[in-house]
Design a protein. Structure first.
Ligand code: DAH
Length: 345
């Protein structure tokens, strides 16, 4: 009987190797394990006729083989399902001489990379990192930043409203308010994160990223603002980047300044008129900044006579585009592997 079992096993293996469909596998199952007429089933029935002392060993052996055959059928079925559509009966199933598939290595997304660089420079100067919610209430996104309802300054930011009273934050500045509500100076904070505006073209994306920063203590001056931001820009854009502070307006700072760097492409050369990056001005706007408006201190309950501070905000996409010489912001969000591959791992 043991010999018979061995033969059955070989038969099954042979047939399985040649079969090419689930139906054929099912047929093999019926032929060997089927309740009626299955060859292995028949052997099991035959156990009764064996002398009593041989029965236990033969029974064990039969069960073992049965398990084996069930396993073979199962494996082959899996195989077939996985390779559906491929010819199974032509040549070897696995060509070990084929070159393997290279596993694609991941990259840090350029926006993450630039954000990390910005964070590194500021934490190096003693700033800590804070975060706030993406869905922000009107009070933190506008009111407490000295932008009252119906004030024309709200036009500066095309807002996505979630409800009458909640917006997708249009900037990271509300994190200033949230931190100052909870803590007392001295504060040195940066707040990176996504922001949202109804704007969509080659240089504007409805979702983009900012890094906000601020510093509050006794006697913080515009000189501190200039020092910190100049040092920051020198580190991010390396070599001797030229920096200029230009008077501007933001509702939450007074005075306010926009910060420009010398154009990194033409460097303000004589034929800069054709420069596609700065359009001939020789300068690129990089940051908004200013001394925190006393009204803002009023909203968070700070004594504006005792404390002063500066704040700034910058767009991560803009900095990344300048660093990497890009002219379309949408490349960041399309996840085209060819774009991402250009950045070192
Ligand atoms: N929140 C401003 C914006 O998104 C950027 C900004 C300007 C932030 C000046 C500041 C600041 O903290 O002082 O346009």
């Amino acid at each position: 009987m043991i010999d018979n079992l061995e033969k059955l096993h070989e038969e099954v293996t042979g047939r399985l190797e040649r079969c090419a469909s689930e139906e054929e596998i099912e047929q093999i199952r019926i032929d060997y394990l089927g309740r009626k007429g299955g060859k292995l089933t028949a052997l099991m029935r035959g156990l009764r006729e064996l002398p009593a002392d041989q029965r236990p060993r033969a029974g064990q052996e039969l069960n073992r083989r049965r398990g084996e055959i069930e396993g073979l059928l199962e494996t082959r079925l899996d195989d077939l399902r996985r390779n559906r559509g491929r010819p199974m009966d032509q040549g070897p199933r696995l060509d070990v001489t084929l070159p393997g598939n290279r596993v694609e290595r991941g990259r840090v997304h350029p926006l993450t990379r630039v954000t990390d660089e910005i964070i590194d420079v500021f934490t190096g100067m003693g700033f800590e990192i804070a975060r706030g919610p993406d869905v922000e209430d009107d009070y933190h996104n506008f009111e407490a930043l000295n932008i009252p309802r119906d004030h024309p300054a709200r036009d500066m930011q095309d807002t996505f409203f979630v409800s009458d009273d909640h917006v997708l934050r249009t900037h990271t500045s509300p994190v200033q308010i949230r931190i100052m509500e909870q803590r007392r100076p001295p504060l040195q904070i940066i707040a990176p994160g996504a922001v949202y505006r109804h704007d969509d073209d080659a240089t504007h994306s409805p979702v983009f990223h900012q890094v906000e920063g601020f510093m509050v203590d006794h006697d913080i001056s515009f000189g501190d603002l200039k020092g910190v931001l100049t040092l920051f820009l020198e580190q991010i854009f390396q070599d001797e980047v030229r920096v200029r502070f230009r008077p501007s307006f933001f509702p939450f700072t007074e005075p306010s300044a926009e910060v420009d760097i010398g154009c990194i492409l033409c460097r303000g050369a004589r034929d800069a008129g054709n420069c596609r990056v700065c359009r001939g001005s020789g300068w690129l706007e990089i940051l908004g900044s200013g001394m925190i408006d006393p009204n803002v201190f009023g909203f968070v309950g700070y004594d504006a006579e005792a404390f002063s501070g500066f704040a700034f905000g910058m767009g991560v996409e803009r900095i990344a585009m300048l660093k990497y010489g890009m002219d379309d912001i949408r490349l960041f969000f399309q996840n085209d592997i060819r774009f991402l591959r250009q950045f070192p791992p």
